[in-house]
Design a protein around this ligand. Structure first.
Ligand SMILES: Cc1cc2nc3c(=O)[nH]c(=O)nc-3n(C[C@H](O)[C@H](O)[C@H](O)COP(=O)(O)O)c2cc1C
Length: 281
C-alpha cells in the first residue's frame, strides 16, 4: 500500500467516523475526556493496522485495537440509523411559561423524529445555574485553572449532544441574563475555542449544530424598524456560535402578534424539533 493510499484511508476513516464515535462514547461513558481519548486511540490503532497491511511480516510491534474499539466500529457498521442527542436549554423561571411549553414541544418533535433520537433538558432556572462570572471563571479564561465543577458539568452535557437548542424569552433585545451568564461561563477559552497569539482563534465546536428559539413581546414591525432581530443574529448567531465554529442551523423569533399565537408557536417548536435530525434518518 502506498503512503498516499494509507493517508487517504486513515483520513476517510477519521472524517467519516470520528465524530459519531466520540459522541456515542461520550453518551455512554458520561465522560467527555475519556470518550475523546478512546475515540482517538481507536483511530491510532486502526491506522497502524492499515499501515501494517493484511499480510504484514514486519517484526515491528504494531498496536492492536482493543476489543472495545473493534466492537464499536463493528456496531456502527451494522447499524443503519445513527442515534443523535439534543440538549434543550431553557432559560425561564416559570415552569408554566410559554417558553417552557415551547421547549417541551421541541422535545416532542425530536422524539417524533425517530425512537433512536434522544434529548435532555438543561433547565437553568430550576437547576439554579449561577450565571455570575467569578474569579474562578477569570482563572479558567486565563487557562490558569481547571473549570469549576458546575462549568465542567455543562461542558459534559454539551459534549454528549449533537444538537444544542436554546429556548428563551427576549429580554432587552437579547438573551435573558441567566442565559447570557451560562454562555459567558460555559463557552470558555480552551473548550469552545482556543485563542492562540500566533495562529489566532481555533474554533472547537464545529461538530455542534445549534437551534435558537426566542420569543418576544414586541411585534415584527418593531423588530424590523430598529433592526433588533438583525442585531440579535449578529451578536448571538455570529458573535457567539460562529466564533466557536458551531453551525446555527435555525434561528427563529416568535412574537405574540404572530397569527395563531400561542398555539402557532408550539406547532413551530414541534416542527423545529422534528427537523433537527431529519438529515440523519
Ligand atoms: C425584563 C424583560 C425584558 C423584556 N424585553 C423585551 C424586549 O426587549 N423585546 C421584546 O420583544 N419583548 C421583551 N420582553 C417581553 C418578553 O420577551 C415576552 O413577553 C416573552 O415572550 C415572554 O415569554 P413567556 O410568555 O414565556 O414568559 C421582555 C420581558 C421582560 C420580563
Amino acid at each position: 500500500m502506498s503512503q498516499l493510499g494509507l493517508k487517504e484511508q486513515v483520513g476517510a476513516l477519521y472524517v467519516g467516523h470520528h465524530g459519531w464515535l466520540r459522541n456515542w462514547l461520550n453518551r455512554r461513558l458520561g465522560d467527555a475526556h475519556h470518550a475523546a481519548d478512546l475515540a482517538h486511540d481507536t483511530f491510532v490503532q486502526h491506522g497502524l493496522l492499515i499501515a501494517a497491511g493484511p499480510g504484514r511480516s514486519s517484526s515491528k510491534p504494531v498496536a492492536q485495537p482493543t476489543n472495545s474499539s473493534l466492537l464499536l466500529v463493528g456496531c456502527h457498521s451494522d447499524r443503519e440509523v445513527p442515534t443523535m442527542h439534543a440538549l434543550i436549554v431553557v432559560a425561564h423561571p416559570d415552569q408554566a411559561s410559554l417558553t417552557h411549553a415551547i421547549a417541551d414541544h421541541v422535545a416532542q418533535g425530536v422524539a417524533a423524529s425517530g425512537p433512536q433520537h434522544s434529548f435532555e433538558f438543561a433547565d437553568l432556572a430550576s437547576e439554579a445555574f449561577d450565571p455570575r462570572f467569578t474569579q474562578a471563571d477569570v482563572a479558567l479564561h486565563l487557562t490558569k485553572e481547571d473549570p469549576p465543577a458546575d462549568v465542567a458539568a455543562e461542558h459534559a452535557r454539551i459534549d454528549r449532544a449533537d444538537a444544542l437548542v436554546l429556548v428563551y424569552p427576549v429580554h432587552w433585545w437579547s438573551f435573558p441574563a441567566l442565559l447570557k451568564g451560562w454562555i459567558d461561563r460555559v463557552f470558555t477559552n480552551g473548550w469552545a475555542y482556543d485563542a492562540h497569539p500566533d495562529v489566532g482563534v481555533v474554533k472547537k465546536l464545529q461538530r455542534l449544530q445549534v437551534h435558537l428559539i426566542a420569543s418576544g413581546g414586541a411585534d415584527m414591525r418593531t423588530y424590523a424598524r430598529h433592526g433588533y432581530f438583525g442585531a440579535m443574529k449578529t451578536q448571538i448567531d455570529h458573535g457567539i456560535f460562529g466564533y466557536c465554529g458551531a453551525r446555527v442551523a435555525t434561528s427563529d423569533l416568535l412574537v405574540s402578534s404572530d397569527a395563531g399565537y400561542p398555539s402557532s408557536h408550539l406547532d413551530a417548536a414541534q416542527a423545529i424539533g422534528k427537523r433537527i435530525f431529519a438529515a440523519q434518518q
